[in-house]
Design a protein. Structure first.
Ligand SMILES: Nc1nc2c(c(CN[C@H]3C=C[C@H](O)[C@@H]3O)cn2[C@@H]2O[C@H](COP(=O)(O)O)[C@@H](O)[C@H]2O)c(=O)[nH]1
Length: 310
């Protein structure tokens, strides 16, 4: 069983501010199934994603998912903008983002390449530090090649998750809830999920145990689950989110929102299974995230936590 599922199950069973409405969840899944809404856009249907040979694609994803967090403070720059900016860099000169080159990259170059119109993008210096750190680890332990990290995992998502969350400090997305370690590992799981999706489970994207991954607890999937009344918040939390009050990283509120999202997706997966529709947790995640992206402008606000993890 995964560290993420087990620890989030404990939080879900002991939550004070967040509840999963199981009846609503079942209703929603039946509706989606009947209306054939359990489909999702494939990775290569996104204009913002790089299409290239598998080594370049995984290098692209390593850079993307090392920086794939906390877009909400900046209204006019989102996931798609970051992905497109990195894609353009790879199309112009893939060498630019090799670990050796990143170690020589100045902050100004980094900002010019990825955030040319947003010199004060949220946590931009943290993003630069994280990329430098990740490159140092690649050079020190993996001959400067992310492909060697994937190969070390020998087609196991569990092994790759373990390498990413033990060797790369930026991926150590966990918290303490009522004294217990609670794991989310959002960016490391989404990195593995993206490698799998981009390469359609072949070659470097082949994982024999991809089903061990959970959904990726960010701020978008809880938002759509709350919009669907599957995730219910107590009044105090509801008001904080409605009034766009920041929720502190590591607070009970934040951990309960993220952990109940993980468990809600497991329950949704089980409901689909009962209807004969087998889906992995990451596929349910993509369905929900994309639903959120489509409904974006008339949706309840999401929780706002300043974090490098999601
Ligand atoms: N749970 C989950 N979170 C996801 C994704 C993706 C992109 N994945 C798509 C691309 C290829 C795959 O096929 C997926 O369809 C980005 N995010 C997160 O959202 C937030 C950004 O949102 P906004 O502020 O609106 O740009 C930020 O935390 C980012 O990390 C996902 O899939 N699941």
């Amino acid at each position: 069983m995964s560290l993420v599922r087990n620890s989030c199950q404990f939080v879900s069973e002991n939550s004070k501010h967040v509840k999963i409405n199981k009846e609503e969840l079942q209703k929603q899944v039946n509706e989606w199934f009947i209306n054939n809404k359990h489909k999702y856009k494939e990775f290569d249907e996104y204009e913002c994603h790089l299409a290239a040979d598998e080594e370049q694609v995984v290098d692209f994803l390593f850079i993307l998912d090392s920086l794939n967090f906390c877009f909400w403070p900046q209204k006019d720059y989102e996931y798609e903008n970051l992905s497109s900016a990195i894609k353009e860099c790879f199309q112009k000169s893939p060498q630019q983002f090799k670990a050796e080159s990143i170690l020589k990259m100045s902050f100004e170059e980094f900002q010019q390449l990825l955030f040319p119109n947003h010199p004060d993008f949220p946590l931009i210096t943290e993003r630069y530090r994280l990329l430098k750190h990740a490159s140092e680890v690649l050079v020190t332990f993996f001959e400067g090649e992310f492909v060697n990290v994937i190969k070390a995992a020998k087609n196991s998502a569990a092994k790759l998750l373990n390498i990413l969350t033990t060797q790369f400090l930026g991926f150590q997305d966990h918290a303490i809830y009522q004294g217990r370690q609670t794991f989310f590992y959002k960016r490391s799981q989404i990195l593995i999920g993206d490698i799998y999706a981009a390469l359609k489970g072949q070659g470097l994207g082949k994982f024999d145990d991809i089903e061990i991954l959970t959904m990726f607890p960010d701020y978008r999937v809880p938002q759509i689950l709350n919009q669907l009344n599957v995730l219910q918040y107590d009044e105090e939390l509801e008001n904080k989110i409605k009034n766009q009050v920041e929720i502190t990283h590591g607070s009970e509120y934040e951990i309960e929102i993220r952990a109940n999202s993980v468990i809600a997706v497991e329950l949704i997966k089980e409901e689909f299974q009962k209807l004969g529709q087998k889906l992995n947790s990451i596929e349910v995640d993509w369905i929900l995230w994309q639903m959120g992206e489509e409904q974006r402008f008339d949706i309840v606000p999401h929780h706002r936590t300043l974090s490098i993890y999601y």
